[in-house]
Design a protein around this ligand. Structure first.
Ligand code: FES
Length: 234
């Protein structure tokens, strides 16, 4: 087996190790493939499908698909971006995302993707689900209204923090994040320093008492579009 294989993304030759995914190889070569549930250092989850690409003409999620020698991968195409727009749109209307009043605005990957994909208004009707908050913990909080079920916190808490504080309960629209304690967040061992607290792509899991430490207008995606060279190096 060779140590390095090559394939193409939108005509650009990419070198990769056989054990890498298309998303990993693309990132290392400076090619941005939009994604939400994937996060560097976490095991691939394959849930959001934002990273959908075409590999030799077939749809595949780039975050779980291993690289294939000689493959022709399509990424930044009108067809794929239209699918991504629909997926982001669905995430917006399925939850309650009130960007102007969210502390994550400007640092939110969902919001930044919507901007990048040119979403100006929802195409689907809002569902306005009734969801709550858990403010019981002295240092951290969870707003179920903003959770997009990417499972980053689940994986980070389980695999990096070694705590497995979070997991999912329910199915479909009723699915939500739950804790390893019946009393809610306050009964768990989660702390503000946990990796799980820094990987949330939206404003669902947040530390308390840090609101507006960075003013709106000066935040990451206020200054650099998601997927830009500067943002990708963060
Ligand atoms: Fe690949 Fe979510 S980033 S499925």
């Amino acid at each position: 087996m060779t140590d390095v294989i090559t394939f193409h993304i939108d005509g650009k030759e990419i070198s990769a190790k056989p054990e890498q995914t298309i998303l990993q190889a693309a990132a290392l070569s400076g090619v941005y493939i939009p994604h939400l549930c994937a996060y560097k250092g976490l095991v691939p989850w394959g849930a959001c499908r934002i990273c959908l690409v075409k590999v030799n003409g077939r749809f595949q999620p780039a975050c779980t698909q291993p690289v294939v020698a000689g493959a022709l991968v399509e990424n930044d195409t009108p067809e794929l971006n239209e699918i991504r727009r629909a997926l982001v749109d669905m995430l917006y209307v399925e939850g309650n995302h009130i960007c102007p009043s969210c502390e994550a605005s400007g640092n939110c990957e969902l919001q930044a993707l919507a901007y990048r994909l040119g979403i100006l208004a929802p195409r689907y009707p809002y569902m306005f689900p009734k969801r709550g908050l858990d403010m019981s913990h002295p240092d951290v909080m969870l707003d179920h209204n903003r959770c997009i079920k990417c499972a980053r916190c689940v994986r980070a808490s389980r695999d990096i923090d070694g705590k497995h504080v979070f997991d999912f309960v329910g199915r479909g629209l009723g699915q939500r994040i739950a804790f390893d304690a019946e009393q809610g967040l306050a009964g768990t061992s989660v702390s503000a320093e946990d990796k799980a607290m820094s990987v949330c792509p939206v404003g669902a899991l947040m530390n308390k008492r840090v609101g507006f430490a960075v003013p709106v207008g000066s935040r990451l995606y206020d200054r650099h579009p998601i997927g830009s060279a500067i943002e990708s190096s963060k």
